[in-house]
Design a protein around this ligand. Structure first.
Ligand code: PXL
Length: 290
Protein backbone atom coordinates (compact mmCIF):
# COMPACT_ATOMS: atom_id res chain seq x y z
CA UNK A 1 0.00 0.00 0.00
CA UNK A 2 1.41 3.41 -0.99
CA UNK A 3 0.84 5.46 2.16
CA UNK A 4 3.32 7.77 3.83
CA UNK A 5 6.09 6.86 1.45
CA UNK A 6 8.61 9.53 0.64
CA UNK A 7 11.01 9.01 -2.24
CA UNK A 8 14.55 8.37 -1.08
CA UNK A 9 17.42 10.15 -2.82
CA UNK A 10 20.95 8.97 -2.09
CA UNK A 11 23.17 12.04 -2.34
CA UNK A 12 26.83 11.28 -3.02
CA UNK A 13 28.76 14.51 -2.48
CA UNK A 14 31.35 15.97 -0.12
CA UNK A 15 30.54 17.82 3.10
CA UNK A 16 32.25 21.22 3.20
CA UNK A 17 31.99 23.18 6.43
CA UNK A 18 32.33 26.66 4.93
CA UNK A 19 31.05 27.81 1.55
CA UNK A 20 27.62 26.56 0.59
CA UNK A 21 28.38 23.72 -1.82
CA UNK A 22 27.56 20.03 -2.18
CA UNK A 23 25.71 18.38 0.76
CA UNK A 24 25.20 21.76 2.49
CA UNK A 25 23.05 22.68 -0.51
CA UNK A 26 21.71 19.33 -1.71
CA UNK A 27 20.15 18.28 1.61
CA UNK A 28 18.16 21.49 2.31
CA UNK A 29 16.97 21.86 -1.28
CA UNK A 30 15.77 18.28 -1.70
CA UNK A 31 14.31 18.03 1.83
CA UNK A 32 12.41 21.24 1.15
CA UNK A 33 11.07 19.73 -2.06
CA UNK A 34 9.70 16.76 -0.10
CA UNK A 35 12.35 14.08 -0.47
CA UNK A 36 14.13 11.84 2.01
CA UNK A 37 17.83 12.50 1.48
CA UNK A 38 20.32 9.80 2.47
CA UNK A 39 23.75 11.44 2.36
CA UNK A 40 26.72 9.34 1.38
CA UNK A 41 29.60 11.75 2.12
CA UNK A 42 32.64 11.31 -0.12
CA UNK A 43 34.93 13.53 1.92
CA UNK A 44 34.88 16.13 4.67
CA UNK A 45 36.49 19.49 4.00
CA UNK A 46 36.99 22.53 6.20
CA UNK A 47 35.81 24.64 3.24
CA UNK A 48 35.49 24.11 -0.51
CA UNK A 49 38.50 23.96 -2.80
CA UNK A 50 38.11 27.42 -4.31
CA UNK A 51 39.72 28.80 -1.14
CA UNK A 52 43.52 28.74 -1.32
CA UNK A 53 43.80 26.25 1.55
CA UNK A 54 41.52 23.55 2.99
CA UNK A 55 41.59 20.36 5.05
CA UNK A 56 40.42 17.19 3.29
CA UNK A 57 39.42 13.86 4.84
CA UNK A 58 38.94 11.13 2.24
CA UNK A 59 36.03 8.82 3.13
CA UNK A 60 36.55 6.14 0.48
CA UNK A 61 36.89 3.30 3.03
CA UNK A 62 33.95 4.58 5.06
CA UNK A 63 31.79 4.72 1.92
CA UNK A 64 32.34 1.00 1.39
CA UNK A 65 31.27 0.32 5.02
CA UNK A 66 28.19 2.52 4.73
CA UNK A 67 27.09 0.80 1.51
CA UNK A 68 27.60 -2.63 3.10
CA UNK A 69 25.38 -1.65 6.06
CA UNK A 70 22.68 -0.25 3.76
CA UNK A 71 22.75 -3.51 1.82
CA UNK A 72 22.23 -5.49 5.05
CA UNK A 73 19.28 -3.23 5.89
CA UNK A 74 17.80 -3.75 2.43
CA UNK A 75 17.53 -0.01 1.77
CA UNK A 76 16.07 0.90 -1.64
CA UNK A 77 16.67 4.10 -3.53
CA UNK A 78 14.33 6.00 -5.83
CA UNK A 79 17.06 8.32 -7.04
CA UNK A 80 20.85 8.44 -7.13
CA UNK A 81 22.42 11.86 -7.25
CA UNK A 82 26.19 12.18 -7.42
CA UNK A 83 28.35 15.30 -7.41
CA UNK A 84 31.84 16.00 -6.09
CA UNK A 85 33.68 12.68 -5.80
CA UNK A 86 37.02 12.63 -4.01
CA UNK A 87 39.00 10.02 -5.98
CA UNK A 88 38.99 7.69 -8.97
CA UNK A 89 38.35 4.78 -6.60
CA UNK A 90 35.18 6.49 -5.35
CA UNK A 91 33.91 6.86 -8.89
CA UNK A 92 34.34 3.11 -9.39
CA UNK A 93 32.59 2.27 -6.08
CA UNK A 94 29.66 4.49 -6.99
CA UNK A 95 29.35 3.14 -10.51
CA UNK A 96 29.10 -0.41 -9.13
CA UNK A 97 26.61 0.71 -6.43
CA UNK A 98 24.33 2.38 -8.98
CA UNK A 99 24.49 -0.54 -11.42
CA UNK A 100 23.59 -2.97 -8.65
CA UNK A 101 20.77 -0.93 -7.09
CA UNK A 102 19.01 1.04 -9.81
CA UNK A 103 15.54 -0.02 -10.89
CA UNK A 104 13.73 0.67 -14.16
CA UNK A 105 11.82 3.52 -12.50
CA UNK A 106 14.71 5.10 -10.60
CA UNK A 107 16.44 8.34 -11.55
CA UNK A 108 20.22 8.45 -11.92
CA UNK A 109 21.39 12.06 -11.88
CA UNK A 110 25.11 12.57 -12.37
CA UNK A 111 26.62 16.00 -11.99
CA UNK A 112 30.10 15.33 -13.39
CA UNK A 113 31.92 17.79 -11.11
CA UNK A 114 35.39 18.29 -12.60
CA UNK A 115 36.06 21.98 -13.01
CA UNK A 116 34.95 25.40 -14.20
CA UNK A 117 36.23 28.33 -16.27
CA UNK A 118 38.13 25.99 -18.62
CA UNK A 119 40.14 24.42 -15.75
CA UNK A 120 39.93 21.37 -13.51
CA UNK A 121 39.31 21.96 -9.79
CA UNK A 122 42.52 21.86 -7.78
CA UNK A 123 42.18 18.27 -6.52
CA UNK A 124 41.57 16.68 -9.92
CA UNK A 125 43.72 15.38 -12.75
CA UNK A 126 43.26 13.58 -16.07
CA UNK A 127 42.62 10.21 -14.32
CA UNK A 128 39.53 11.70 -12.71
CA UNK A 129 38.32 12.90 -16.11
CA UNK A 130 38.75 9.39 -17.55
CA UNK A 131 36.85 7.88 -14.59
CA UNK A 132 34.03 10.41 -14.94
CA UNK A 133 33.69 9.57 -18.65
CA UNK A 134 32.86 6.01 -17.56
CA UNK A 135 30.50 7.01 -14.74
CA UNK A 136 28.21 8.94 -17.09
CA UNK A 137 27.52 5.70 -18.98
CA UNK A 138 25.09 4.73 -16.18
CA UNK A 139 23.38 8.16 -15.93
CA UNK A 140 19.83 9.04 -16.93
CA UNK A 141 20.59 12.75 -16.65
CA UNK A 142 23.95 14.59 -16.70
CA UNK A 143 24.49 18.25 -15.90
CA UNK A 144 27.98 19.34 -16.97
CA UNK A 145 28.94 22.98 -17.18
CA UNK A 146 30.70 24.02 -20.39
CA UNK A 147 34.16 23.16 -19.01
CA UNK A 148 33.03 19.68 -17.94
CA UNK A 149 31.27 19.09 -21.26
CA UNK A 150 34.49 19.57 -23.21
CA UNK A 151 36.50 17.44 -20.78
CA UNK A 152 33.94 14.62 -21.00
CA UNK A 153 34.03 14.72 -24.80
CA UNK A 154 37.84 15.07 -24.87
CA UNK A 155 37.61 18.21 -26.99
CA UNK A 156 39.42 21.56 -26.59
CA UNK A 157 37.45 24.14 -24.60
CA UNK A 158 35.58 26.80 -26.51
CA UNK A 159 33.77 29.54 -24.59
CA UNK A 160 31.32 30.66 -27.27
CA UNK A 161 29.43 28.15 -29.38
CA UNK A 162 26.44 28.47 -31.69
CA UNK A 163 23.15 26.76 -30.90
CA UNK A 164 23.80 24.17 -33.59
CA UNK A 165 27.31 23.46 -32.22
CA UNK A 166 25.88 23.00 -28.73
CA UNK A 167 23.17 20.69 -30.08
CA UNK A 168 25.83 18.56 -31.72
CA UNK A 169 27.88 18.43 -28.49
CA UNK A 170 24.81 17.38 -26.46
CA UNK A 171 23.97 14.67 -29.00
CA UNK A 172 27.53 13.36 -28.74
CA UNK A 173 27.35 13.22 -24.95
CA UNK A 174 23.94 11.52 -24.93
CA UNK A 175 25.38 8.77 -27.13
CA UNK A 176 27.56 7.80 -24.16
CA UNK A 177 24.46 6.76 -22.18
CA UNK A 178 22.37 9.55 -20.62
CA UNK A 179 18.86 10.17 -21.90
CA UNK A 180 18.99 13.83 -20.87
CA UNK A 181 21.98 16.17 -21.21
CA UNK A 182 21.83 19.59 -19.56
CA UNK A 183 24.63 22.13 -20.05
CA UNK A 184 24.60 24.67 -17.27
CA UNK A 185 25.89 28.20 -17.18
CA UNK A 186 26.56 28.76 -20.89
CA UNK A 187 27.78 32.35 -21.45
CA UNK A 188 26.04 34.48 -24.05
CA UNK A 189 28.46 36.33 -26.35
CA UNK A 190 28.54 40.14 -25.91
CA UNK A 191 26.14 40.02 -22.97
CA UNK A 192 27.71 39.38 -19.56
CA UNK A 193 24.34 39.90 -17.84
CA UNK A 194 22.77 36.83 -19.36
CA UNK A 195 23.56 33.18 -18.98
CA UNK A 196 21.80 30.25 -20.58
CA UNK A 197 21.13 26.59 -20.04
CA UNK A 198 20.80 24.11 -22.89
CA UNK A 199 19.20 20.69 -22.73
CA UNK A 200 18.55 17.69 -24.91
CA UNK A 201 16.13 14.83 -24.31
CA UNK A 202 16.85 11.76 -26.40
CA UNK A 203 13.27 10.63 -25.79
CA UNK A 204 11.33 12.86 -28.19
CA UNK A 205 14.60 14.22 -29.65
CA UNK A 206 13.94 17.79 -28.51
CA UNK A 207 16.42 20.55 -27.62
CA UNK A 208 15.62 23.27 -25.07
CA UNK A 209 17.14 26.56 -24.03
CA UNK A 210 16.46 28.72 -20.98
CA UNK A 211 17.98 32.17 -20.67
CA UNK A 212 18.43 33.79 -17.32
CA UNK A 213 19.40 37.34 -16.37
CA UNK A 214 22.32 36.66 -14.06
CA UNK A 215 24.05 39.40 -12.17
CA UNK A 216 27.75 39.45 -12.92
CA UNK A 217 28.72 37.40 -9.91
CA UNK A 218 30.29 34.04 -9.53
CA UNK A 219 29.15 32.05 -6.53
CA UNK A 220 30.55 28.58 -5.77
CA UNK A 221 27.86 25.92 -5.38
CA UNK A 222 25.51 27.38 -8.00
CA UNK A 223 25.86 24.18 -10.03
CA UNK A 224 24.90 22.14 -6.95
CA UNK A 225 21.88 24.35 -6.30
CA UNK A 226 20.81 24.17 -9.93
CA UNK A 227 21.14 20.38 -10.21
CA UNK A 228 19.46 19.77 -6.85
CA UNK A 229 16.39 21.72 -7.99
CA UNK A 230 16.36 19.88 -11.34
CA UNK A 231 16.53 16.55 -9.48
CA UNK A 232 13.65 17.49 -7.18
CA UNK A 233 11.56 18.92 -10.01
CA UNK A 234 11.95 15.82 -12.21
CA UNK A 235 11.12 13.57 -9.23
CA UNK A 236 8.02 15.69 -8.57
CA UNK A 237 6.92 15.06 -12.16
CA UNK A 238 7.88 18.33 -13.88
CA UNK A 239 8.61 18.21 -17.60
CA UNK A 240 12.24 18.84 -18.56
CA UNK A 241 11.70 22.49 -19.66
CA UNK A 242 9.66 23.25 -16.52
CA UNK A 243 12.41 21.72 -14.36
CA UNK A 244 14.97 23.91 -16.16
CA UNK A 245 12.87 27.00 -15.60
CA UNK A 246 12.31 26.19 -11.93
CA UNK A 247 16.04 25.68 -11.33
CA UNK A 248 17.13 28.77 -13.28
CA UNK A 249 14.58 30.95 -11.47
CA UNK A 250 15.59 29.64 -8.07
CA UNK A 251 19.29 30.29 -8.75
CA UNK A 252 18.43 33.78 -9.91
CA UNK A 253 16.42 34.45 -6.74
CA UNK A 254 19.38 33.20 -4.68
CA UNK A 255 21.81 35.50 -6.46
CA UNK A 256 19.44 38.51 -6.12
CA UNK A 257 19.00 37.80 -2.41
CA UNK A 258 22.77 37.73 -1.89
CA UNK A 259 24.18 40.29 -4.31
CA UNK A 260 23.15 43.39 -2.39
CA UNK A 261 25.22 42.51 0.68
CA UNK A 262 28.91 43.34 1.13
CA UNK A 263 29.87 39.75 1.38
CA UNK A 264 32.61 37.18 0.66
CA UNK A 265 31.22 35.47 -2.45
CA UNK A 266 33.24 32.34 -1.76
CA UNK A 267 30.56 31.55 0.88
CA UNK A 268 28.03 30.87 -1.90
CA UNK A 269 24.49 32.24 -2.24
CA UNK A 270 22.44 32.88 0.90
CA UNK A 271 20.33 29.82 0.30
CA UNK A 272 18.45 30.12 3.59
CA UNK A 273 16.93 33.43 2.45
CA UNK A 274 15.20 31.84 -0.56
CA UNK A 275 14.67 28.20 0.37
CA UNK A 276 10.96 28.74 1.00
CA UNK A 277 10.50 29.91 -2.61
CA UNK A 278 10.84 26.30 -3.70
CA UNK A 279 7.23 25.77 -2.61
CA UNK A 280 5.91 28.44 -4.96
CA UNK A 281 4.35 27.59 -8.30
CA UNK A 282 6.26 28.78 -11.35
CA UNK A 283 4.69 32.07 -12.47
CA UNK A 284 6.50 32.79 -15.71
CA UNK A 285 8.30 30.37 -17.97
CA UNK A 286 11.03 31.36 -20.36
CA UNK A 287 12.02 28.11 -22.03
CA UNK A 288 12.37 27.86 -25.80
CA UNK A 289 12.49 24.92 -28.14
CA UNK A 290 15.59 25.22 -30.35
O1 PXL B 1 30.21 22.86 -6.20
C1 PXL B 1 31.28 22.21 -6.59
C2 PXL B 1 32.17 21.82 -5.45
C3 PXL B 1 31.79 20.83 -4.58
N1 PXL B 1 32.58 20.42 -3.58
C4 PXL B 1 33.79 20.98 -3.38
C5 PXL B 1 34.23 21.99 -4.22
C6 PXL B 1 33.40 22.43 -5.28
C7 PXL B 1 33.83 23.52 -6.12
O2 PXL B 1 34.75 24.21 -5.88
O3 PXL B 1 35.43 22.53 -4.02
C8 PXL B 1 34.65 20.51 -2.26
Amino acid sequence: MYIGKTKRVVAVHDLSGVGRVSLSVVIPVLSNMGFNVSPLPTSILSNHTQYSSFSFLDLTDEMRKILAEWKKLGIEFDAFYTGYLGSVEQVEIIKAFITENKRDDSLVMIDPVLGDNARLYSNFDEDMVVAMRKLINVADVVTPNLTELFYLLDLPFSEYNTDSELKELMLNLSQKGPQIVIITNVPVQDDPHITSVYAYNKKGHRFWKVTCPYLPAHFPGMGDTFTSVITGALLQGDSLPMALDRAAQFCYQGIRATFGYEYDRREGIMLEKVLRNLDMPIQVTSYELI
